[in-house]
Unconditional design. Structure first.
Length: 63
């Protein structure tokens, strides 16, 4: 049991994936932080288009 635990803590197979995940999270956070106004504009435009589509279609179903 102790040998298995020591081997588990010594292995570094998943460390690279963890580092890439952490790096991706930091980059995403920076993009969101510095581009808030642009993202708000994009999401508002998408919301407006979706709202117009639902309003134009009436949102009814025959099924």
């Amino acid at each position: 049991m102790n040998a298995q635990l020591r081997r588990f803590f010594r292995e570094e197979d998943g460390v690279t994936a963890l580092e890439y995940g952490l790096l991706a999270a930091v980059v995403a956070g920076l993009i969101i932080f510095f581009a808030q106004d642009g993202l708000k504009t994009i999401f508002k435009a998408v919301l407006d288009k979706l709202t117009a589509l639902v309003g134009a279609g009436g949102g009814t179903s025959t099924g």
